[in-house]
Ligand binder design. Structure first.
Ligand SMILES: [Zn+2]
Length: 309
């Protein structure tokens, strides 16, 4: 395929290859007689030979560290526990989006109920659907928009939870806001499918904003507020450590003024199969009661308020 002068033999190649390949070939230097013959090599070793040691290093350096980073970021999430578990499911791509429901033969239609797109994937719910795009738009830095929209799910979650300033214009407690937006998008999507007649008209951005503020207040009360310049993952892990030590003795603590605390419990009788639950809601100076069923109100009234909930 090379002529006597060391150039590509275009007369022969034109007969064998299509034009796009010829154009690509023209930008490549032809093989020379002094060149070593091409062979497949292992990029992790300088001499291109494979070894278990370099393969193990490659594994540790990339996928394992990346996966560990996202789980640590989720574990350190300061918001509500149910949102933390939800984000964990999202990272594992275990949410039952319509695409997944069709794959499991739970549904025959993968369409997005919000915008009518043919396939509602996890990506579509949180980044592809017009509602999601409208929520993120204005919150994400312009120069980071393409990266924000194209990262794979795990890296996307890690990038937003572990660093408040990677993508967000307003970096104040972005990890909480990110979680609040994900949760609000999911609630809105579920309402569209399962309860369209009673869908909350509150916009996703307004709902997430309210949730974000609530979580900020709760974090401030729990002493989990952190300076924004601090590494989020590191600060959260250290704050969790201090929490563990402070929880060595658990007891019920009076909530601060303008806050209420709810303690619930339930039980089931194996012989009859009957179950019941009840609980107490107490503010900083008195308590109110909710029970289910109402006949449990007397036993609950006898609960000593000083005991643990
Ligand atoms: Zn959609």
């Amino acid at each position: 395929m090379v002529d006597g002068l060391g150039n590509w033999d275009w007369l022969r190649l034109q007969l064998l290859l299509p034009n796009p390949v010829l154009l690509h070939l023209s930008a490549t230097k032809p093989p020379q007689s002094g060149f070593q013959e091409d062979f497949l090599g292992w990029a992790r070793s300088p001499d291109r030979t494979f070894s278990v040691r370099t393969a193990y290093q490659a594994l540790r350096d990339s996928s394992v560290q990346s996966a560990n980073a996202v789980w640590k970021a989720i574990a350190g999430f300061r918001g509500q526990q149910r949102i933390k578990v939800f984000v964990w499911l999202l990272a594992k791509e275990k949410l039952l989006c319509n695409e997944e429901r069709v794959r499991r033969h739970l549904s025959s239609c993968a369409r997005c109920e919000t915008c009518g797109a043919a396939s509602e994937s996890i990506y579509h719910i949180f980044r592809g659907c017009p509602i999601a795009v409208a929520v993120w738009n204005g919150l994400i830095k312009r120069d980071k928009w393409v990266e924000f929209m194209s990262l794979d799910t795990m890296e996307w979650i890690r990038g937003n939870l572990a660093s408040n300033s990677s993508f967000a214009i307003d970096s104040v407690d972005w990890d909480l806001r990110f979680g609040a937006i994900l949760w609000s998008l999911w609630l809105r999507r579920n309402a569209m499918i399962f309860d369209p007649d009673n869908i909350d008209l509150l916009a996703v951005s307004d709902r997430s904003l309210w949730l974000w503020k609530e979580m900020q207040s709760a974090c401030a009360l729990d002493g989990l507020a952190r300076p924004n310049h601090e590494s989020r993952a590191d600060s959260l892990l250290s704050s969790r450590g201090s929490l563990r030590s402070s929880r060595a003795v658990a007891r019920w603590v009076l909530p601060p003024r303008d806050w209420s605390k709810m303690n619930v419990d339930g039980a089931r009788d194996h012989s009859t199969g009957l179950a019941a639950c009840g609980g107490l809601i107490r503010d900083h100076e008195e308590f109110r009661i909710f029970v289910d069923p109402p006949s449990f109100i007397i036993p609950l009234l006898q609960v000593d308020c000083s005991t643990d909930g």
